[in-house]
Design a protein around this ligand. Structure first.
Ligand code: C2E
Ligand code: CA
Ligand code: CA
Ligand code: CA
Length: 280
């Protein structure tokens, strides 16, 4: 484990050195990566807090750089969001997800897929149009697909009505919505009500501290209460221990995600494991 982490950190720092010292612009590298389809998603299961059953998965992007280094999102997502390249990357991931989903249809207990986007992408009619084109091309994606965006991005600044339009247009094609990193951001209750998310994902900071810190403990309870009041399904992110899992369950948070259950993994492995974990 440790060795892998060290090797991985070393790999990433090598890459960063390339970018900064040899002055290969990251933009150009990402552009090549898009062209050569170097971006792919790993799947992290979303599980029922009650039974431990796997019910879905979040897609987390990785970059398989030609130097054979697996680059984590923190290294390129901020740049890709700034340049707008994230749009193309996301469309590629949706297309891959569609192909993965096609391979999973024979499974008795279907799972849902959750795809990361940003509020500004969804406020863009052009981007939403491209996603709809894809959903029409892959009808399997018109059910069992969730899109999530973070509360961290201050989307009160993006035109809320544009955001509403984008969300509705995609709802018309079966997409459900999750608010990511809840509790870390700026969304006021009125905005949350206006956007009517089906799912709220509680940020892992609250989950992690809730068992050691009594203030955070009650904050987590209050956050769960807001979620229940808004009639949303809740997911606790970053569940790492049994104790946290039990605590989350005691607050009636229905679903969990975190290293306690499983780390993100390639689709092949996810599919094999899902067959075992999809029944209680
Ligand atoms: P996020 O959306 O909040 O995703 C959850 C992150 O927490 C993932 O990191 C996941 O590996 C990690 N995680 C899951 N369980 C645990 C746990 O128990 N403990 C801890 N400490 N961490 C856990 P990852 O894969 O490095 O992704 C980081 C961020 O990059 C994501 O945070 C998301 O904001 C962004 N990201 C990832 N994929 C995409 C994508 O396809 N599009 C966009 N726009 N952003 C993405
Ligand atoms: Ca997410
Ligand atoms: Ca999150
Ligand atoms: Ca996060």
């Amino acid at each position: 484990g440790i060795l892998l982490i060290v090797a991985n950190a070393f790999g990433i720092s090598l890459l960063v050195h390339c970018f900064f010292f040899k002055r290969v612009p990251l933009y150009t590298e990402i552009q090549k990566g898009i062209y050569n389809r170097e971006f792919y998603a790993e799947y992290q299961p979303i599980v029922s807090a009650q039974t431990g059953q796997w019910i879905g998965a979040e897609l987390l992007v990785r970059w398989l750089h030609p130097k054979k280094k697996r680059v984590m999102p923190d290294e390129f997502i901020p740049a890709a969001e700034k340049s707008g390249q994230i749009n193309e990357i996301t469309l590629q991931l949706i297309e891959q997800a569609a192909q993965d989903k096609a391979r999973a249809v024979l499974i008795d207990n279907p799972f849902y897929l959750s795809i990361n986007v940003t509020a500004s992408m969804i406020a863009s009619p052009l981007f939403v149009g491209s996603v709809i084109e894809l959903l029409k091309r892959y009808p399997l994606m018109q059910s069992g697909v969730v899109m999530e965006f973070s509360e961290r991005e201050n989307f009160s600044n993006t035109d809320v009505s544009l955001l509403q339009n984008g969300m509705q247009a995609l709802r018309d094609h079966g997409i459900k919505w999750a608010l990511d990193d809840f509790g870390t951001g700026y969304a006021g209750l009125s905005t949350l009500q206006a956007l009517s998310f089906e799912i709220i994902k509680i940020d892992r900071a609250f989950v992690a501290a809730s068992v050691t810190d009594s203030v955070t403990h009650s904050i987590l309870g209050n956050i769960a209460q807001i979620g229940h009041t808004l009639n949303c399904q809740l997911i606790a992110e970053g569940v790492e221990t049994q104790e946290q899992a039990q605590h989350v369950q005691s607050l009636n948070i229905q679903n969990c995600q975190g290293f306690f259950y499983a780390r993100p993994m390639p689709f092949e492995r996810f599919l094999a494991k899902f067959k075992i974990h999809s029944t209680p």
